[in-house]
Design a protein around this ligand. Sequence first.
Ligand SMILES: [Zn+2]
Length: 131
Amino acid sequence: MSRPCPCTSKRTFDQCCGPYLEGRRLPETAVLLMRSRFTAYALGRVDYLLQTTAAEKRAGLDREELASYCKAVRCVGLKIVATEAGGAGDEAGVVKFHASLQHNGKRTLHVERSTFVREEGAWRYVDGETN
Ligand SMILES: [Zn+2]
């Protein structure tokens, strides 16, 4: 499939986040996990969102709530602003991003500094600070 990836990388879904969402590959860096989670929000892939959340935070998530959030919001674009660590050889990392969202017909800019850790070799989202 050659549709553009929802994370707005300008690559195709198959060459970008597709393999991660389909479980064929693990994102090597925190940024790649971040991008794939944005795509999962865009496509309403709640299982992927739960699976890529750090174990300590997963219990606090509500599947229904996540699903209705995904439905209510349109993920327009993603811009990675800064990263700290989060590379192939790291155990933790930080990604700062701007996500353009549309909610109830209104465009908003979600600014977040997200923290990621590696659990059993796989990057997971811990939490984020928004402003
Ligand atoms: Zn992508």
